[in-house]
Ligand binder design. Structure first.
Ligand SMILES: Nc1ncnc2c1ncn2[C@@H]1O[C@H](COP(=O)(O)OP(=O)(O)OP(=O)(O)O)[C@@H](O)[C@H]1O
Ligand SMILES: [Mg+2]
Length: 512
């Protein structure tokens, strides 16, 4: 069996780069997404693409992976000019990408997804059992805890991502492209991915890596290319300081990422008592959230932290326990009714449940507010007030480009996240539940989102912040619950909310 990696030998001085993009330009109607961008990838390096939301990172890799054709510019692969006709063509050359938005077929199993489209090429007429074996082998080599026969529809986002990554390894690999791969991975899965990256690096594979997380750059990066507004800014060493990177990225200096919050805990808004979900993801969880505080809900992917909120919001059936919202029994009420009472849940999955991708930003932002007075003064007036408010909100969250009539689908990943957040601001809300609010957003936007959460808290809202981003939990919350395998492992407050404490409780039941 081949090892899944092309034997290119060790990189030698004077070798041509694996991949070279020169003067790449890409236009969308009304947007110059890339303006003469240069980029090169050496064998055995991790080359990070860095830049604000909408800077053009995903566009660069879509072109490198054959998913998108440039309007101008050239591509060389191992010193030879090539035209990448399709993703399939690129894969055949050993260039494989894991995109921000996955391309899995939910109705199929892991193994069927792994070899989708490749059945006839690399593997001839492989029969079912051979496919099964090959899939099992790849998953095992990568250390992914998946069964080949599992249906993708039942996998978590992190697990689906593993399938996407495994897909890249189904044939010979010389360029691996990862677009924010850790956005939905846990600490441990991230470590695993990094180990994997080290392993393929040593075999001469070049990796293009997109991330908004500074710590990752330092950890696995070799070189960084910074893009701003579709233009090439610089290529620097991965040891370049955070301040310098942020300056290159934004053109300005940001000194404070986390704002100082003045908590004023008041009346209890949400109270869950011995909550147990019918599907077994949550067992016997009791917690409360008061006005004027930001309560964290930390834990690994699969620990049940999202499910607690989803059960309280009526998205997940409860088999035992109760929910009290603003003093009233609300156990088992539908999301619609919870929303009317002032419970707003901002889901982690913007594509599947958060946004209508084919509708405009304005329509998405205005949607939850349709029944509130300001938006229901007759169609004409409504449209106008919708526009004004949507525009204000979009501006406040620094939507790029600030075009509210544009379809959400046409915005970059981080900008879609901003639309999702803006949506929550159009109603009278007592409790905001933010589920991974900063996944995929750049540092500048992160600051805007944190300030926005602080403002809500200081204005007296109750906030539940569900996050796998530790710094976020440490800096923003005044109390934090830690979930581990469906149960509450700890409640920490004030100075006890430390990295060490949170992590210890995330893992402690694992060790037992
Ligand atoms: N299908 C599309 N139609 C129109 N414009 C698009 C489309 N896809 C991307 N764009 C625009 O191209 C520019 C670059 O987007 P791209 O997705 O490459 O950004 P990015 O750097 O990956 O951002 P993020 O960090 O948010 O993922 C943005 O201005 C975006 O709005
Ligand atoms: Mg992107």
């Amino acid at each position: 069996m081949n090892s899944g990696v092309q034997d290119s030998g060790f990189p030698m001085e004077g070798d041509p780069p694996l991949l070279k993009l020169e003067g790449i330009t890409k236009r969308y109607p009304g947007v110059l997404a890339l303006d003469r961008v240069d980029f090169d990838l050496r064998p055995g390096e991790v080359h990070v693409l860095f830049g604000e939301n909408g800077a053009g990172k995903s566009t660069v890799i879509s072109i490198a992976a054959g998913a998108l054709r440039p309007d101008a510019g050239g591509i060389e692969f191992r010193g030879q000019p090539i035209e990448l006709a399709s993703v399939h063509h690129a894969r055949a050359l050993g260039i494989s990408a894991v995109f921000q938005e996955f391309s899995l077929v939910p109705q199929l199993t892991v193994e069927q997804n792994l070899f989708l489209g490749a059945e006839e090429t690399a593997f001839g007429l492989l029969n079912k059992s051979a496919l099964h074996e090959r899939a099992a082998e790849i998953l095992e080599r990568l250390g992914f805890p998946l069964r080949p026969t599992q249906h993708v529809a039942f996998l978590s986002r992190a697990e689906q991502q593993m399938v996407e990554i495994a897909k890249a390894f189904r044939s010979e690999l010389s360029v691996l492209i990862l677009d924010e791969p850790t956005a939905s991975l846990t600490h441990r899965e991230t470590e695993q991915l990094f180990a994997l990256i080290e392993q393929v690096k040593a075999q001469g594979v070049g990796i293009i890596y997109i991330t908004h997380r500074m710590s990752e750059i330092r950890h696995i990066g070799d070189r960084i290319t910074v893009l701003r507004d579709g233009r090439y800014v610089a290529t620097v060493d991965a040891q370049t300081s955070d301040d310098e990177l942020i300056r290159l990225m934004t053109g300005r200096v940001i000194d404070q990422i986390f704002p100082k919050v003045r908590y004023r805990p008041g009346k209890t808004i949400l109270k869950a008592k011995n909550l147990t979900a019918a599907d077994g993801t949550v067992t016997d969880v009791s917690l409360n959230v008061r006005q004027g505080e930001i309560v964290g809900l930390a834990g690994l992917v699969g620990s049940g932290k999202s499910e607690v909120a989803r059960a309280c919001f009526g998205l997940l059936p409860i088999s035992r326990g109760r929910c009290v919202f603003d003093g009233e029994e609300t156990t088992g009420l539908s999301p619609r009714l919870m929303l009317d009472r002032g419970f707003y849940y901002v889901p982690a999955d913007r594509r599947d449940e958060g946004l209508l991708m084919m509708r405009s930003v304005r329509e998405n932002i205005a949607l939850p507010a349709l029944s509130t007075p300001d938006f229901s003064r007759g169609p004409l007036l409504r449209r106008r007030s919708e526009s004004v408010r949507s525009h204000d909100l979009a501006k406040r969250l620094n939507l790029q480009p600030l075009r509210i009539e544009r379809e959400v689908d046409h915005f970059s990943g981080g900008n879609q996240q901003k639309v999702l957040l803006a949506k929550s601001l159009t109603r009278d809300v007592k409790l905001f539940v933010f589920d991974e609010p900063t996944v995929g957003v750049d540092v500048g936007t992160r600051v805007a989102i944190y300030e926005f959460i602080r403002d809500l808290c200081e204005a007296g809202a109750a906030i539940l912040l569900i996050s796998s981003d530790l710094p976020e939990i440490l800096h923003l919350t005044n109390r934090t619950y830690v979930m581990c395998r469906g149960v509450l492992a700890a409640e920490l407050s004030g100075g006890d909310i430390s990295q060490e404490n949170v992590l210890r409780h995330c893992f402690e039941r694992d060790a037992a």
